[in-house]
Design a binder for this molecule. Structure first.
Ligand SMILES: CC(C)(COP(=O)(O)OP(=O)(O)OC[C@H]1O[C@@H](n2cnc3c(N)ncnc32)[C@H](O)[C@@H]1OP(=O)(O)O)[C@@H](O)C(=O)NCCC(=O)NCCS
Length: 185
C-alpha cells in the first residue's frame, strides 16, 4: 500500500475511482499532455477511469511503479515513480503533472520537495533520482533546479500528444546533491 504524504497544502495519496472525472478533464488539456510522453491528445473518453482502475488492480508490492494522486481539496494531478533497480536503495525515475487551473501557486514545488524528503530519499533511501523535461518546459526545469537536479544530457523522446519526438533534457539528483540543498534544522 502506498503511504500518504502530507504537506502544508497537499496530500499525496493512492488514486481512487472518484478522481476519474477531474483527471479526465485536466489531462484532456493539450498544454498538460504536450509536456508528457505518454498522454494522448485528444484524451479518449474513459481513459482516466481505465488508468485508475489499472493502478488500483495492480498488486501492492513488487510493481516497478508507484503513482500518487496529488490532492488539494480534491484531485489536481499525479506524481509517478518507476524503478528498474527495485525501489529500496536503487534509483528511481519520476514524472508529475497538475491541472492547469492550479499552475503557478508553488504546489508542484511543495509536492516535489515532500516526495524527495519524506518518501524517495527519506523512506526508500534511493541513491539517485532521474527525470527530465521537454526543451520547451522551463517551469519543470525551474522546479527541479531549485531542489538540486542537474542536466546530464539530452535525448529525443517521443511525445504522444505532439505525435513526434521532441528534444528532451535528461536530469538527475543524487542523494548528496539533494542533502546539500537542505537547510540544516
Ligand atoms: C510543470 C508544472 C508541474 C509546474 O507546476 P507548478 O505548480 O505550476 O510549479 P510551481 O508553481 O511549484 O513552480 C514552478 C517554478 O517555475 C517557474 N516558472 C513557471 N513558468 C515559467 C516559465 N515559463 N519560465 C521559467 N520559469 C517558470 C515558477 O516561477 C516557479 O519558480 P519559482 O518558485 O522560482 O518562482 C505544471 O506546469 C504542469 O503540470 N505542467 C504540465 C505537465 C508537465 O509539464 N509536467 C512535467 C513534465 S517534465
Amino acid at each position: 500500500m502506498l503511504p500518504v504524504i502530507e504537506t502544508a497544502r497537499l496530500k499525496l495519496r493512492p488514486l481512487r475511482p472518484a478522481d476519474g472525472p477531474r483527471m479526465q478533464a485536466y489531462a484532456s488539456d493539450f498544454d498538460v499532455a504536450r509536456m508528457l510522453s505518454l498522454v494522448p491528445h485528444p484524451y479518449p473518453e474513459g481513459e482516466a477511469a481505465a488508468f485508475i482502475e489499472d493502478m488500483m488492480s495492480a498488486p501492492n508490492t513488487e510493481t516497478p511503479w508507484q503513482v500518487f494522486a496529488i490532492d488539494h481539496d480534491g484531485f489536481i494531478g499525479t506524481f509517478g515513480l518507476t524503478s528498474e533497480t527495485g525501489f529500496k536503495g536503487g534509483s528511481v525515475d519520476i514524472g508529475y503533472w497538475i491541472g492547469k487551473p492550479w499552475w503557478g501557486r508553488g504546489l508542484m514545488s511543495e509536492a516535489l520537495k515532500a516526495m524527495l524528503q519524506l518518501h524517495i530519499f527519506g523512506t526508500l533511501f534511493v541513491s539517485k533520482v532521474t527525470s527530465g523535461m521537454f526543451f520547451d518546459n522551463p517551469a519543470s526545469w525551474r522546479l527541479q533546479e531549485k531542489l538540486g537536479f542537474v542536466r546530464v544530457g539530452t535525448s529525443h523522446k517521443y511525445c504522444l500528444a505532439r505525435g513526434r519526438a521532441a528534444l528532451h533534457w535528461d536530469t538527475e539528483l543524487t542523494r548528496d546533491a539533494f542533502e546539500r540543498t537542505q537547510v540544516p534544522q
